[in-house]
Design a protein around this ligand. Structure first.
Ligand code: UDP
Length: 525
């Protein structure tokens, strides 16, 4: 349908509604007139106005129209018995109710323009409605829903775009609920739980759908709006229905939402796989090595590269912790570094436990600091090392302490980690001719820096070491061994650096994702 034709139809729609509304007004009661005119206003603005806020204005006017025509939530049943009288809040609650339901349903219409989602919503709501109506001995709700269903099927069959009429369907639902509220307070039970059940349920469905339709990234605000509407309506429904119905709505809604989120998360979860030597955790390949094995690997890179150091590209060693793994899921640039690294060790008990749960042979935690200290300690021949990172002065301090501790170690240069252009730093490293460059710029800066500058560096091995320099310099202390074994080193660091508290939020996310990965594994088997 061309835009012009759609507009013409929209105008016709509005013009036809005026005599029809007047006719209804004269012949019947103002409520029918209000509903018809309001629905026409909503559909008319959806057809004519492309801007979302104009459509909302249309909806607000339609809600006001409905309110003045007598659709008012004046009192609602008290679950404990009796009623809540809304008095001066009546208009606010009524408008909120109409807008929330209409807009919630409109979002569904926009998320899935084929109208299938909306039809499913009506069918789901309808099934619940039929059950509740039968239980209460009322058929009004069934009739309303049947009428809406016929209308929706008719509109779909005539290929009218869903986004033009979905808001009006919501408007009809909202008014039908109010009629129940006003005429017989008990009958709010007809629609409220259905909507409370229906909207969270549809919210869930829409998440799954939006993922399939690739709408999730483009229109996240729509889903937020949907949930806002859903939450508002659920709260009202909870207040308005008898306790057990409200509870049913909440439990049903929450379960449905949980199930949908689970399905969505399973679909969306990045790859997790186990090969003989690698544990690919959410896209990051981790080497299943012991601390000694990792040191040996670095040693082999050192001896291979030693002869042809001027030509060879340095080996790249990364030691991601749990938060880095989570970050790599969102950041393809960081993931690319881990994918291209020569050695990636698990610097977190969380990763080790995840490996055990998912059947990967991750023998132990290999933290950056343990790896480097073990390399220095086991070294018989001299080792030339450049320290790059941390606040000014810290790397020098670390260099002094390290050379006292490790006799074969030669710190051939240091530079702090707060530099802009890399040229100067690259020049310093070039002159120093190190075997190993330790890069402590924090995740992801150090990883990205190492990958970008690897071809320009004449060294055998680059190792990303995070905050190690601060520990060697004595500015931070490491957690006691027992804390480390219990996987609590992160907590110890939070105690020392409270600004790291934000990172703690990664723990439940990681736990949740690991559980999902396990579930996915069980399903796959
Ligand atoms: N750092 C740096 N340059 C920067 C940002 C950070 O040298 O632009 C240093 C910082 O001073 C600290 C280290 O990088 O020494 C980051 O340590 P942290 O333990 O936070 O690293 P992560 O846990 O991110 O690996």
């Amino acid at each position: 349908m061309t835009t012009k034709l759609v507009r013409q139809r929209g105008v016709l729609h509005l013009i036809a509604v005026i005599p029809l509304s007047l006719f209804l007004f004269v012949l019947f009661d103002p409520k029918l007139w209000g509903a018809a005119a309001g629905a026409a206003l909503v559909t008319g603005t959806a057809t004519l106005a492309r801007r979302w806020w104009l459509q909302l204005v249309g909806l607000l006017l339609a809600a006001l129209l409905a309110y003045s025509a007598g659709y008012r939530i004046e009192f609602i049943t008290n679950p404990e018995g009796g009623f809540f009288y809304l008095t001066q809040w009546s208009w606010l609650i009524t408008l909120g109710w109409i807008i929330a339901i209409s807009q919630g349903v409109a979002v569904l219409g926009q998320l899935d323009p084929s109208g299938k989602l909306l039809t499913k919503v009506l069918v789901i709501s309808g099934s619940a409605l039929v059950l509740i109506s039968l239980w209460q001995g009322q058929l009004l709700g069934v009739l309303i829903l049947l009428a809406l269903l016929v209308l929706v099927l008719g509109l779909r069959a005539s290929r009218v775009p869903t986004e033009r009429w979905s808001r009006a369907v919501g408007y009809g639902l909202a008014l039908a609920a109010i009629v129940g509220l006003v005429k017989a307070t008990a009958s709010v039970a007809l629609l409220a739980p259905v909507i409370a059940l229906g909207l969270p349920f549809t919210g869930t469905l829409s998440i799954v759908y939006s993922h399939r339709l690739h709408l999730w990234r483009e229109r996240p605000w729509m889903l937020s709006l949907l949930y806002l509407c859903s939450a508002y309506v659920s709260v009202l429904a909870f207040l308005a229905t008898r306790l057990e119905l409200g509870a049913l709505a909440w439990v049903g809604g929450a379960t449905a939402m949980g199930a949908g989120l689970l399905a969505w998360a399973l679909v969306r979860l990045p790859q997790t796989a186990v090969t003989a030597k690698k544990f690919v955790l959410f896209g990051t390949p981790i080497d299943c090595v012991t601390l000694d094995g990792a040191v040996q690997k670095i040693e082999s890179h050192l001896s291979v590269n030693r002869e042809g150091r001027s030509e060879g590209v340095p080996a790249l060693v990364c030691t991601p912790d749990t938060t880095a793994i989570l970050r790599a899921q969102r950041d393809p640039r960081l993931r690319a570094v881990y994918e291209r690294a020569d050695l990636v060790t698990p610097d977190g008990m969380g990763i080790v436990w995840a490996g055990r749960l998912l059947g990967a042979p991750v023998p132990e935690r290999v933290s950056g600091i343990d790896l480097v200290e073990k390399l220095f300690a086991s070294r018989r021949a001299p080792l030339r090392v450049f320290l790059l990172g941390a606040a000014p002065g810290v790397a020098d301090q670390a260099a002094r302490k390290l050379t006292e501790r490790y006799p074969t170690l030669q710190i051939v240069g240091t530079h702090h980690g707060y530099f802009g252009e890399s040229e100067h730093v690259l020049g310093l490293i070039h002159q120093a001719q190190p075997d190993v460059v330790l890069v402590g710029l924090g995740v992801p800066r150090q990883e990205l820096w190492m990958l970008e500058n690897r071809p320009k560096l004449k060294a055998s091995v680059l190792i990303g070491v995070g905050g190690c320099f601060d520990v060697w310099a004595g500015r931070l202390t490491r957690a006691p061994l027992r804390w480390q074994r219990l996987g609590l080193e992160w907590f110890y660091r939070v105690l020392q650096e409270p600004k790291r508290l934000g990172r703690v939020s990664a723990i439940p996310v990681f736990l949740g994702q690991i559980s999902l990965a396990k579930l996915a594994q069980i399903f796959a088997e």
